[in-house]
Ligand binder design. Structure first.
Ligand code: GTP
Ligand code: MG
Length: 446
């Protein structure tokens, strides 16, 4: 397969809608469109209404045709878009006619890959496009739109410029007498390096905090049996999803559902009550509860106001201490009943009754999610980007010792590595395989 082949794909979702868009990109896009429409020419960027004919000269639909002349198109090649009547059959017929005239079906992500190869978009933009299509919440869309606008590209370019400056001065001092250089040049370099380190560390931390933003943050509800975990889940969902009963050990398996809190879509997990298991199945359920804590961004830990704090509660508190890297919200439930619980063991907690209102908890969860979401810090959106930033930071850290001891060749080596790694975020050096993997994860027609 060569890149001078003309490709075609249905760009709209596979289903019935008012219109479907079939996109053709490559050098034959215009000749193919002219054959299908029997037009002599198409004016770039002008929507032209035309009958569409198949190769047997039969009219198959009426469609709007838009021609984007290269390089002013998404891929940088000639593109023709057919906006035909929505429907699976008609879009497929037009696509197969396009193929009869010499185009081939595009691979997933191939339009974006061509856009990248032709310099129309960099990798940060390509990744943002792929993710914005799948984004499920307003916050995720906003975050991805920032990357689409080029925020990460600018961030990378600033760091690249600084590193190039250091490299240039280092090469000069290796090759020539130091007399011509400013006296404080190494001080300047150290200052710049310190600033870059802070920027990269802040970015990694912000990205970690917001990891769940695109996929949905995970919130686990845990506690010993019968404290009201499933009652809380049902109340959050506003319908009776889980079975509730006063028999301890009612929930045997984890239950996962999506729910909207404020502007956030979260995955909420109800778990089996944690205690000494009475059978093998319960034991498996409890192990899954502990796994849910490990995977959660926020853990809601429930306690029963109407019972005395016991060894099972103590065990939960110990488990929470072992997971203090997470956001933990302790909730004392059943406040409609007489209190027997020793509240001094909980320090910070929210009191409520799932029989009444859970609003105080909802507000708390929302404010934690807001805190993790609404920030001006640069956020990375893929493990590929995170790996590159970590590698850049590693080499910058490694460069400080040789800079201090005056081993400038070593210093230059690490700065070159850092430069290569940070550049990989937007435009990697030769790495076809990586590109195939990345664009292969796109949806068809993009
Ligand atoms: N009075 C009162 N009862 C409640 C409250 N919340 C839950 N309950 C009751 O407590 C019992 C246990 O509730 P569940 O939601 O099934 O408890 P759970 O934590 O999911 O229990 P397991 O699934 O067994 O681990 C049920 O009888 C609920 O009706 C509350 O705020 N007040
Ligand atoms: Mg339950």
């Amino acid at each position: 397969m060569t890149d001078d082949e003309t490709i075609v794909a249905i760009a709209t979702a596979n289903g019935i809608g008012s219109i479907s868009i079939i996109r053709v990109s490559g050098k034959d896009a215009l000749p193919i469109a002219l054959k299908l429409s029997k037009k002599k020419d198409l004016q770039p960027r002008l929507a032209t209404l035309s009958s569409i004919y198949n190769s047997k000269n039969e009219v198959i639909d009426e469609a709007l045709l838009i021609y984007f002349k290269n390089p002013f198109s998404f891929t940088g090649e000639d593109i023709v878009e057919f906006q035909c009547h929505g429907g699976i059959a008609i879009s497929n017929i037009i696509m197969s006619e396009v193929i009869k005239y010499g185009a081939r079906v595009a691979q997933p992500g191939e339009f974006s890959k061509r856009a990248f190869i032709n310099g129309k978009i960099d990798l940060t933009k390509a990744e943002a496009i792929a993710k914005i299509i799948e984004a499920r919440s307003e916050d995720a869309v906003k975050l991805l739109a920032r990357q689409l606008k080029g925020e990460l590209t600018d961030f990378v370019n600033d760091i690249r410029e600084d590193l190039l400056f250091m490299l240039a001065y280092t090469e000069v001092s290796i090759d020539y007498a130091e007399d011509d250089l400013p006296d404080d040049i190494f001080e300047q370099i150290e200052n710049k390096l310190d600033k870059i380190k802070i920027k990269l560390n802040d970015t990694l931390n912000a990205s970690k905090r917001r990891e769940g933003l695109i996929e949905g943050f995970k919130v686990a509800i845990v506690g010993k049996p019968n404290v009201g975990k499933s009652s809380l889940l049902n109340k959050l969902l506003n319908f009776d999803r889980a079975i509730i009963s006063d028999i301890a050990g009612t929930t045997r398996d984890t239950i996962e559902e999506s729910v909207k809190i404020g502007t956030h879509i979260i995955k909420i997990v109800d778990t089996a009550g944690i205690r000494e298991a009475s059978d093998v199945i319960e034991q498996i359920g409890i192990e899954k509860s502990i796994e849910a804590i490990n995977e959660a961004d926020i853990v809601i830990s429930l306690f029963d106001n109407s019972k005395e704090l016991d060894a099972e509660d103590e065990k939960i508190l110990k488990l929470l201490k072992e997971n203090d890297d997470k956001e933990i919200i302790k909730v004392l439930n059943k406040t409609d009943l007489e209190s027997k619980f020793d509240k001094t063991k909980l320090d910070d907690f929210i009191e409520l009754s799932t029989k009444q209102t859970i609003n105080p908890l909802v507000f708390k969860v929302e404010s934690l999610l807001d805190l993790n979401t609404h920030s001006d810090d640069m956020t990375l959106i893929s493990t590929r980007q995170v790996d590159s930033v970590e590698q850049t930071l590693f080499h910058i850290n490694e460069s400080s010792m040789p800079l201090q001891t005056g081993e400038l060749e070593f210093f230059a080596h690490h700065i070159t590595e850092a430069l290569e790694n940070i550049s990989n975020i937007t435009r990697p050096y030769e790495n076809d395989q990586m590109l195939d993997v990345m664009f292969g994860s796109f949806c068809l027609g993009k």
